[in-house]
Design a protein around this ligand. Structure first.
Ligand code: B1M
Length: 215
């Protein structure tokens, strides 16, 4: 039953059915499917199909935008269900999408998951200049700096942010996380990030583990 509900969400999103996607997400929540499951196994596969159709020129920028609009509406339903209250912060987690990149759905999901688990999240938004990461990390005394990139062309900014943190003496004070559709473990290793996470759940798990383990 769960699998069918999630498949239906993916198909409705792929078909850009606004009403249908929202209704299916509501139904899945009523069926007590975990919000993260809804994203991971319902909305995300739907988004992947949209990306594939865009590559085959069956969908264009207007369809990508509509898909993002539907996804954001669905996330508004899911967000409140992810919230949990914690008395103590697990650490200050600065997060943003790197310069030149406007994709924020995955980054917002990462923020939501971390917040609900008890991290104090500072979200810089999208198209964040390298210097802004540095300035905010210093200002809030961040424990974690997380960068998201969805475009091959914006990945190099992750490296330049790390260099900037290094040159300003705060690289060793923070744990650096990178992620996003185009990012890989080997890229993370190459640029000297501490952690790569393939999805928001893995980001949360690695951030939590790093607290007990150190770096
Ligand atoms: Co664009 N786009 N887009 N797009 N878009 C992609 C990324 C693309 C793969 C589509 C394709 O061609 N198949 C392609 C990039 C190709 C590449 O560089 N290799 C692409 C392109 C080319 C573009 C434009 C250049 C198109 C154009 O203008 N001609 C343009 C660029 C604009 C810009 O940023 N400067 C563009 C624009 C857009 C929209 C604005 C229309 C819209 C984004 C709206 C928004 O985000 N507010 C959009 C969308 C929706 C997509 C696709 C279809 C879906 C992305 C998404 O939201 N996925 C995407 C295709 C795809 O990825 N399959 C595509 C769902 C989301 C939950 O997944 O963001 O990957 P994701 O996040 C995951 C993980 O990656 C991870 O956790 C999340 C899951 O739990 N994660 C992290 C993400 N950040 C993390 C950070 C972490 C850890 C994990 O640590 C800090």
């Amino acid at each position: 039953m769960d699998r069918e509900s999630l498949k239906s969400i993916a198909l409705k999103l792929e078909a850009l059915d606004i009403q249908g996607t929202v209704e299916d997400v509501k139904r899945a929540l009523n069926e007590k499917i975990a919000p993260f499951e809804v994203v991971q196994n319902g909305l995300s596969p739907g988004m992947d199909k949209i990306g594939e159709k865009y590559e085959r020129k069956e969908y264009f920028l207007s369809e990508l935008s509509l898909a993002a609009y539907i996804m954001k509406g669905a996330m508004e339903l899911l967000g409140p269900r992810m919230k949990a209250s914690r008395e103590r912060s697990l650490g200050r987690f600065l997060v943003g999408t790197v310069k030149g990149d406007l994709h924020d759905i995955g980054k917002n999901l990462v923020s939501m998951m971390l917040t609900s688990a008890g991290f104090e999240v500072y979200d810089l938004g999208v198209d964040v200049p390298d210097e802004k990461f540095l300035q905010k990390a210093a200002e809030i005394k961040a424990d974690f700096v997380g960068m998201s990139s969805l475009l091959t062309t914006t990945m190099p900014s992750m490296k330049s942010v790390i260099e900037l943190l290094k040159n300003n003496g705060i690289r060793e004070e923070v744990k650096i996380f990178v992620g996003g559709a185009v990012v890989t473990q080997s890229f993370a290793d190459e640029i000297g990030a501490d952690y790569y996470a393939k999805d928001a759940m893995e980001c949360l798990r690695k951030a939590r583990n790093s607290i007990t383990k150190g770096k």
